[in-house]
Design a protein around this ligand. Structure first.
Ligand code: NAI
Ligand code: 15L
Length: 300
């Protein structure tokens, strides 16, 4: 085992002060952002120039041609690409040094839709990353990889995955894909199991799962530039008063969230309380655990 890279082995190590001091000014020559027209992509777009000299923004043609991203800014390129199209993804990734992979279906949907954007999509991203020697991928995983844990349980990133639907399954598959491409080809990934990135925590569940954009940007910078991450899995949440997730095995990233959902508590608690046995009040995945089945055959 000596010398072997064990993902998570750096878990208890505090970040090296040398890279901490270099972190603020670290940059890639060219960064690819998929899912750029989505909620998170649009929100982080203005901050990406601090991470790279050139930023390639990509999404489906209907999002780009429809004007969702407007015109390319300075040091930006806009590239339409369907993640389900292997050749197009290969061309998209060519020339990029790192990838922030946000693209794909972001909610629970029928399997066939998830298959295209998420299952095929993540394979195409990793295969292109291997071929074009991309140094690092940041994979937007999701808390729905472990959505069937109860809200009174605290789990770490080594807990058995319990996906709460086809969407959560696709993110679980993406994490396995990341592990495989590290073990076989040395492509490094940080899989961020994002909680809820929205301007506000919208309900009681999000008081635990909420993540501010500033905290996401801090984690993103660390995920992109921390040395020797192998395949690291980390939950993406702010410094909320009560959380369900323990990031001890990602301590080497040095992520220290600064924001908290407490500022939304009074507004959220003014909402009617869900019944005590309602999944939104019981399960970490909340309402995602009850979406579907979609297929009439499954309903039978
Ligand atoms: P979103 O749905 O707003 O954005 C996703 C983007 O991916 C859209 O612009 C969509 O056009 C694009 N897309 C979908 N299928 C595609 C395909 N086949 N080819 C190319 N592009 C495609 O999602 P959001 O909220 O911005 O989330 C970004 C990522 O973070 C997603 O992967 C999501 O699963 C993940 N995530 C987000 C959370 C949140 O709280 N916003 C929580 C957990 C995970
Ligand atoms: C997710 O994975 C979704 O992409 C996002 O839209 C939210 O629903 C989030 O999880 C959540 O759990 O709040």
């Amino acid at each position: 085992m000596s010398g072997e890279k064990i993902p998570g082995a750096a878990a208890s190590a505090a970040p090296d002060p040398a890279w901490e001091s270099a972190l603020a000014s670290a940059r890639y020559p060219r960064l690819l952002l998929t899912g750029a027209a989505g909620g998170v992509g649009q929100t982080i777009r203005p901050h990406l120039r601090s991470l790279a000299d050139q930023v390639r923004l990509s999404d489906l043609a209907r999002a780009i041609d429809g004007g969702a991203l407007g015109a390319a800014g300075e040091a930006e390129e806009l590239v339409a690409c369907d993640l389900a199209d292997r050749a197009a993804v290969d061309a998209l990734v060519a020339g990029c040094d790192a990838i922030v992979h946000l693209g794909g279906v972001s909610v629970e949907r029928p399997f066939e839709e998830i298959l295209e954007g998420n299952i095929k999509g993540v394979f195409h991203i990793y295969e292109a990353a291997r071929r074009h020697r991309v140094k690092r991928v940041i994979f937007a995983s999701s808390n729905h990889v472990t959505g069937y844990y109860r809200q009174d349980q605290k789990i770490d990133t080594r807990a058995l995955r319990r996906p709460d639907g086809y969407y959560g399954l696709s993110k679980s598959y993406g994490e396995d894909m990341a592990q495989f491409y590290f073990d076989r080809y040395g492509v490094e990934t940080v899989s961020i199991r994002i909680g809820s990135i929205f301007p506000e925590a919208k309900d009681r569940r999000m008081l635990a799962s909420w993540m501010s954009v500033d905290d996401f940007m801090q984690l993103l910078r660390r995920a992109l530039f921390a040395p020797g991450v192998g395949h690291t899995v980390v939950y993406g949440m702010s410094d909320n008063a009560h959380t369900w997730w323990d990031n001890r095995y990602a301590a080497h990233l040095g992520y220290a969230p600064k924001d908290s959902s407490e500022i939304f508590r009074a507004k959220v608690e003014a909402q009617p309380k869900p019944a005590p046995d309602d999944p939104v009040a019981v399960l970490q995945g909340g309402a995602f655990t009850t979406v579907g089945p979609f297929d009439p055959l499954q309903k039978a």
